[in-house]
Each structure stands twice: as structure tokens, then as C-alpha cells.
Design a protein around this ligand. Structure first.
Ligand code: FO1
Length: 310
């Protein structure tokens, strides 16, 4: 069984490759829920939805989130009523959030709701939220503590990053099956996601870091930093704010407690020695996922690095 720690768009695109080379039934995704937030009284879980929409074949490829060809009538009407409009929620996407919120209010857990949505999109892999309890990633800035989406989308990542806080993490538990999945997995992949806010939030859930440290399966990470910059999103600003270099080396440092193999891009081949000096064997390959074939090729390389025949 293969477990994948996943954030948003980078992880979903990576998973599109993994599902080409491994049967979905062998896969369990453990998704970041630190970006979750209520909008208009509805629970929105961006990273879970990005994975479901992408693998379900409905994602808006241009952005990597939301549903293709969605309309925005509901938001237009909501803004007419004076509501904020900085987080774009399409009409079909809003149906997901209404459905999720409705089930949560009926007493279902986020794990159960996520599984319900997964099944509606015909997916056969398992998708587990990192926790059923709310954990919110907040960015400490000179303007105060900002929810991650407020920092990134509303304020366009312009604020100086002073710290990152996972509000609620200490009191939270991993969702059912998360720890057992990590213990039982032959391979644990860390998707090319933001190491601070996407994977960092998963590692902040009590118990997950320790289980990874003791995991018998091979732990392999793919760097989301290529040539000193993130493929997408504000990982550079967050890493710099926490005193890290924006490089594949410092991504490896974030995971060094439990990492068996680091996968970096060809553009960063010169960094392989520095990562190996940390005691982490390093594989250099093309990690830029341009199309379906390059996604599958990356997945194959990563799984082979974990000792899987694919
Ligand atoms: N990202 C944006 O940059 N702008 C948006 O208006 C926006 C809306 C949105 C709605 C639903 C959803 O599931 C994701 C959405 N995202 C939007 C993406 C999201 O902000 C991030 O990419 C993730 O949270 C990081 O993985």
C-alpha cells in the first residue's frame, strides 16, 4: 500500500501520474486541511477538493482548483448583498460546500464526508483528511495573524512572514486510519507540495511526525522548489520568513528526520551532493509535470526510488 501526503495543486498533479502507474485501490492520500475555512457559513476544504476534482477529471486546469466551466451567479448575488468576494467559489463548487456542510451538521465526520464526495466522483483511492478536528494554518505578519487563504489569496502573499501557526493542531488527533496507514504503508510519498503550510500542517498533527520517523516503509519526497523558486504558490516567502533557503536542500532539511530518498529536478542536479551530505540519498529527474506522460514518468521514477517495481 502506498500513502501520499498531499497539499493542493502540485500534489493533485503528482497524483494524476501516480494513478497511471498504480491501481487506485492501493493508494491512500492524507490531505492537508489547514487551508480549510468557512465562507458564507459553508465549510470549504480546498486541498481535499483539489485532489477530488483533479482525479475526478472536472478540475479547472487553468487554475488547478475549482470546477471547469463553472458559473459564478451565486457569488455575484452574495456580493450584491455586501459579502466579500476575494475567494472565488463557482456555483457547482458551492454545491460541494453546501453538501459537505449539510453532512457535517448532520453529525458526520470530515473523514466520512470526504469519503462520500470521493465516491460521488467515482474514485477508488482512499482520501483521509489529516484530522477530523479543525486545524487552521495562520501566518503571523506585521498586520497580525492571517488565515492562510487570507494571506495568500486576499492579500496576495505581500505581508512579511514572521511565523506560521497551526491553530488547533495541539488539541487535534489524526483522523481515523491515518496513523495505521502510515505504519502499514510499504511506501510513503511526500508530494511536491509546500513544505511549510501543506506538509508542515500534516506534520503538526500530534503523532504523525513520530509515526513517520518510525515508519518501516520507504519515505520519498519530491521537491516543490525547482531552480530556487516554487512551481506555484508562496513557498518561497514562507521558507524565507522561517529562515530557510528557498532550495531543494532546505526542503530536504524540513523532512530529514524521516526521509529515505529526496527527488529533485534536473535543474538542481548541482544540489544533490549537499542533500546527500545530510545523509539523504537523492534522485535527480525531470519533476516539471507538463502533461500526462511527464506526470506518469515522474511517478514511475519516484516509486522506483522507493524500491517499487512499476
Ligand atoms: N485560489 C486563488 O488563488 N484564488 C481563489 O479565489 C481561490 C478560490 C478557491 C476556491 C475553492 C478551492 O477549493 C480553492 C480555491 N483556491 C483559490 C485555491 C486555494 O487557495 C489554494 O491553492 C490552496 O488552498 C493551496 O493548496
Amino acid at each position: 500500500m502506498i500513502a501520499v501526503l498531499a497539499g493542493g495543486v502540485g500534489a493533485a498533479r503528482f497524483l494524476q501520474g501516480v494513478v497511471q502507474v498504480v491501481p487506485q485501490k492501493e493508494l491512500t492520500v492524507i490531505a492537508n486541511t489547514g487551508d480549510d475555512r468557512d465562507f458564507y457559513g459553508l465549510r470549504v476544504c480546498p486541498d481535499i477538493d483539489i485532489v477530488i476534482y483533479t482525479l475526478g477529471g472536472v478540475v479547472d486546469e487553468k487554475y488547478g482548483w475549482g470546477i471547469r466551466n463553472d458559473t459564478h451567479n451565486t457569488m455575484q448575488q452574495l456580493t450584491h448583498y455586501g459579502n466579500e468576494d476575494w475567494f472565488l467559489l463557482g456555483d457547482k463548487d458551492l454545491a460541494t460546500h453546501i453538501h459537505r456542510t449539510n453532512l457535517l451538521r448532520q453529525g458526520k465526520t470530515l473523514s466520512e464526508v470526504t469519503d462520500n464526495l470521493r465516491a460521488r466522483f467515482g474514485l477508488e483511492l482512499r482520501i483521509l483528511p489529516m484530522s477530523d478536528q479543525p486545524i487552521e494554518t495562520h501566518i503571523k505578519t506585521p498586520a497580525g495573524l492571517l488565515h492562510f487563504e487570507e494571506y495568500m489569496v486576499k492579500r496576495q502573499s505581500v505581508d512579511e512572514v514572521q511565523d506560521v501557526v497551526f491553530v488547533g493542531a495541539k488539541e487535534a488527533k489524526p483522523a481515523p486510519d491515518v496513523l495505521d496507514t502510515l505504519k502499514a504503508a510499504d511506501v510513503i510519498l511526500i508530494a511536491p507540495s509546500n513544505p511549510i503550510v501543506s506538509i508542515g500542517s500534516i506534520l503538526a498533527v500530534p503523532g504523525i511526525h513520530d509515526v513517520l520517523h518510525e515508519a518501516s516503509g520507504m519515505v520519498v519526497a519530491v521537491s516543490p522548489i525547482v531552480g530556487g523558486a516554487p512551481i506555484k504558490g508562496p513557498a518561497d516567502k514562507l521558507m524565507r520568513g522561517l529562515g530557510l533557503d528557498v532550495s531543494a536542500v532546505d526542503v530536504a532539511r524540513c523532512y530529514r528526520d524521516f526521509l529515505d530518498v529526496m527527488v529533485i529536478d534536473e535543474q538542481d542536479a548541482h544540489l544533490a551532493g549537499e542533500i546527500e551530505d545530510l545523509g539523504i540519498p537523492t534522485v535527480v529527474t525531470n519533476t516539471i509535470m507538463r502533461d500526462s506522460a511527464t506526470k506518469a514518468e515522474l511517478a514511475r521514477t519516484v516509486l522506483q526510488a522507493a524500491g517499487r517495481q512499476v
